[in-house]
Structure formats: structure tokens, C-alpha cells
Design a protein around this ligand. Sequence first.
Ligand code: NAI
Length: 391
Amino acid sequence: MAKLYICEDEKSDELAEFSRLVKDWDGVAVVAKHDSPTGAWIFVAIHSLQLGMAGGGCRLKRYAKPIDGLRDALRLAAGMTQKWAIIGNAFGGGKSVIALSESTTDFDRPALFHRFGAVLNDLGGIYSTGEDLGTRPADMNALAEVTSYVHGVDSSSKPAIDSGPYTAVGVMAGMKTSLEHVLSSSSFKGITILIQGLGSVGGPLARMLAAAGATLLLADVDEARLHSFASELDATIVSGEKLFETECDLFAPCAIGGVITSDVAKRIPTKIICGAANNQLESDEVSAILHQRGVLFAPDYVVNAGGAIAVPMLENGMSEAAVYERLEGVGTTLREILADAASLNESPLLGAARRVNRVLSQSAAQNNPIDPADFISGNLTAYLPSRQPKG
Ligand code: NAI
């Protein structure tokens, strides 16, 4: 059962609702902080400290209700535990979400990231962050002005490392392995790929796939970006309504999570699903539907690990060449998982989960666990549902 931490002066009816959700979560700790100037909620979810201090990106997104942002943070943090275990890095699973309300328009972005940085400082290093959906290198630079718990930024005035293009290289390696597995050839020539989302990851991915000879179908809610990529890459635009009805060899979700619902899984006209978005499946059970239909689902936390691989390597002064070599390894890891799953006639998601469990159960930290209480500042107090929020 995870603990919910709040700031001492927090007052909100929403805390009891948050606490109920957190109580049933299998993670370690969650911080909820209301950001008065913007009306946003800042959530930090720490799922596991078994392999080391938690690391994972920061998502900035508008949500209908704050609890939707918390739910996103909990699932994303669990995905990070799996991702670090798969790539063998000594980090625990964590993720943060800055949940803006749908009515928030203008706000001082660097100031918001400075306040988020203060929350990171209060966590004393048990969680450090980087880029994710809705955040960009400039936000990481703003964080670095107030905290050291941010990755991809050095002490010079250089822009922060953009993890998106590295993630794209890893996704492309995963796509090659998927094609090889399903079509017995890893060539992109004549292969039709539908990409949903042309942001930090989807944009560079689209450019690399076009250069490799794929036929591209593109979708994005940002009309200007969509049209610009379509004309640059001579690609066809697919509307949101036609997304899951359009035939393609490979569907690449590179925007938001939860897009493959059980209904979509039963009908999506593709052979492969392989993309960058975290938590693409509405639930793990959806992978069985895809498996029965013979649609290969490349587990998202395996193929989107490129940024998590590259940023720590670059921070440690390793060369771009060494980074690219390791990014190609995403394809090798996926190949092993697919072979293992095929030998047991089970979905690749189950194969990947078995590999994660093997790593976690062998971890040295099992006998020497990190206790969050040793790090979290007194500015954050554990919230108990039975206690009235102060006010
Ligand atoms: P981003 O914020 O740079 O781009 C997201 C793109 O998706 C934008 O162009 C946006 O307009 C579009 N979009 C949003 N909702 C959409 C919808 N419903 N339908 C179609 N398009 C939509 O985000 P980024 O960094 O490219 O991340 C994309 C996904 O990949 C996210 O799920 C993120 O968690 C995941 N990811 C990103 C990594 C990174 O290094 N940036 C690393 C691992 C995973």
C-alpha cells in the first residue's frame, strides 16, 4: 500500500479521493501538491525503489478531473519500473504529472517548473525527472535553475538533451524486429505505417521512416503540425475518426496512452502495433485479444526505452556512437522477448513481464531497501484518509 504525501498547508476535498486511489496501488509513495497560481495539481508517483532511486519523466497535460492525472501518474510510474528493469539500469520506477485543468490558458511556465522543482527538492532525491509528453527541453532547463534532480541538463547554458529523437531511434529498432518477426523481412520499403502523434518522438520517427522507404499515414490533433509533416514527407493524413479503421502494416501510437481498448483490439486492421506512447493498451488483458487475432503488440516499455537509455549515457560523457549502438539493442531485447513468448504461445506482454520479474527478483536491493522516510522532507506529510485536511 503506497503512502500519500501532501504539503502541510494543503486544503482540498480532493485529497480523500486521491487517497482512496493511492491506497489500492502497489507502489511506494505519492506526492500530491496543489499549485495555486495555475490551479494545477502536481503528482509525483514512486512505484518502486528496488533497483535504485526512482527516475521517470514529467508529463504536463490537461485533464477533465485532477484524479485522471493522478491515475495517469500511477500507471506511468509502474511502467517505469518495468522499463528500467528491462534495460538493466539502476533506477526505480517513478513518474510525475502536472495536471492542468481544461480551462487553464495562460500561465508563467518557468515559474510553474520552479515550483515543481521545489517539490523535487522536498523529495530529497528519491525521484528525479526528465522530459515526457507535454514537456520540453526548456522546461528541464527551468527545473535545473532550482533543483539538481533533473536529467539531461548540465551546468553550462546548453539546452537540455531532447530525449525524443533517441526514443524514436529505439522505437525504429523495435519496428525492424517486429517486421522481421511477422513478415520475415526488416525492410521498410513498401511497408505502410500509421503514426498517431508527431511530437518529440513521433516527428523524428516519421522522418526516419520516410527516409527508409515506408509509406506514411499520419494523424495528430495539432492540425498545423499534421499538415506540415504530411507535406514535408509526402504522407497521407488520417482523421481521428478513421484512425482505427485505416488499413496499415504497422500502427505506431506516439501520442497518448489507453488508445488500444478491447473494442479497438478486436477490429484494428493492422499486423503490428509498435510505438512510443506509454500504456498503449487500456488494460493488460487487451494483449490477449491482439494475440488471438495474430496482431503483434511490441510492449511499449520495451520499445520506448531509447530516451531512458540515452540520457544517462550522455550525462556520463559517453559518445553518441556508443549511445546509438545501445539503442539498436532495443531491437535485440525485443527479439528475445518475442522468441520466448512464441515458444510458449503467449502474448509478448507476458514474455516481457516475466523478464521484468526475473530482474526485480534478482536485484541486490531486495535485501537492502531504500526507505523513502530517510529522504522526504518534513514539508511533506503523509496523508491519512481518516484525518481532515488542514485548513
Ligand atoms: P509530445 O508532447 O512532444 O508530442 C505528442 C504529440 O501527440 C503532439 O504532436 C500532440 O499534438 C499529439 N497528440 C496528443 N493527443 C493526441 C491524440 N489524441 N491524437 C493524435 N495526436 C495527439 O510527446 P512525446 O514526447 O513525443 O511523447 C509521445 C508519447 O511517447 C507519450 O505517450 C510519452 O509518454 C511517450 N514517451 C516519450 C518519450 C520521450 O523521450 N519524449 C520516452 C518514452 C515514451
